[in-house]
Write a protein that binds this ligand. Structure first.
Ligand SMILES: [Zn+2]
Length: 320
């Protein structure tokens, strides 16, 4: 979400004693083992840009799983004076996943949707908070899988529970890839959430971290050619979380850019409103969002998919 933003807001109303207790409980997002990805080659933006000129080979679609409504303050940073002109109100947020079918490498998912078994895995503070969010589940990952070809791998935008919850319903032999640093991120928010990643990932093999290296072109923090054929790219866009990853898919109907929660709302994309993150992550979050916006505006053929909302004029995802 914004899950972390939401947890911050819960803490804001917690008692001082509770905050002191929580402050002493900074713990990693998960103790699940991690390993270096067996997939992908460190590359550069110039190669990614060259790939945009070639016809896409993969098919791409966005699938809708759930929706919640949250105060605008959990999506934009109300402490930042630039957000002062945005009126109070709420934002509708959707949990999406993306299905990519590659003619040679098969099917994979970007993010995972949601499972009906997610809520019991959250800590008590977060379970109470979730009740206020009016979460409506349209379908679970398990329900969606019925009659679908199961994915051969899951590529995560990041490790927050609204993006990994659907893993509960998938075959636990499925390899899971994500950016560097998300698993090890130490934050009191992990304690507030109740470390859901630990139980969600139980039974899965080690998380496979993309081996990003610095982008020689300086456009992104890192660029990986996932299959080595220029069809799918992982982009290191830290800030919302240390390992936040965007994905560029050269699809048969044009390039698609899944930005994850690096930019999760229209306010973040269209109006460049900063999102609320921990103070030490602000500079990264802002730089990553700016890099994505710049890259997309330099390549107007790219269709952009925000973390939790559709863009103005973009067709909303359906359930398949
Ligand atoms: Zn999210």
């Amino acid at each position: 979400m914004t899950i972390s933003n939401f947890a911050y807001r819960i803490l804001a109303v917690a008692s001082a004693a509770a905050v002191i207790t929580v402050g002493g409980c900074a713990s990693p997002a998960t103790v699940h083992p991690v390993t270096v990805s067996d997939l992908g080659t460190a590359s550069r933006t110039a190669s990614l840009e060259a790939s945009l000129a070639r016809p896409g080979v993969a098919t791409f679609r966005r699938v809708r799983f759930a929706e919640w409504t949250g105060g605008r303050g959990s999506f934009i940073d109300r402490k930042d004076p630039r957000t002062a002109a945005v009126p109070e109100g709420s934002e509708q947020a959707v949990i999406y996943a993306y299905v990519v079918d590659h003619p040679r490498f098969g099917r994979f998912l970007i993010d995972s949707g949601i499972s009906a078994d997610l809520e019991p895995r959250l800590g008590w503070i977060m379970r109470r908070g979730v009740k206020d969010l009016a979460v409506r589940i349209d379908q679970t990952a398990g329900g969606w899988l019925h009659g679908e070809t199961p994915p051969q791998a899951v590529f995560l935008t990041h490790l927050h529970f609204d993006h990994i919850g659907g893993l509960i319903d998938l075959d636990h032999a499925t390899p899971v890839y994500l950016g560097q640093g998300d698993a090890a991120e130490r934050n009191f928010v992990n304690w507030v959430l109740g470390h859901p990643a630990d139980s969600i990932l139980e039974g899965y093999g080690p998380l496979r971290e993309w081996a990003f290296r610095s982008d020689p072109d300086g456009t992104f923090a890192g660029v990986i050619d996932v299959f080595g054929d220029g069809s799918v790219w992982a982009l290191h866009v830290p800030g919302h979380s240390p390992g936040s990853t965007a994905y560029l898919i050269n699809a048969v109907d044009g390039p698609k850019l899944v930005v994850g929660d690096a930019v999760h709302t229209r306010l973040g994309w269209e109006q460049a409103m900063p999102q609320p993150v921990a103070p030490e992550a602000r500079a990264d979050a802002e730089a990553s969002a700016a890099r994505l916006r710049r890259f997309a505006s330099a390549h107007p053929a790219i269709e952009v998919f925000l973390g939790h909302q559709s863009r103005v004029g973009q067709a909303e995802a359906d359930l398949r």
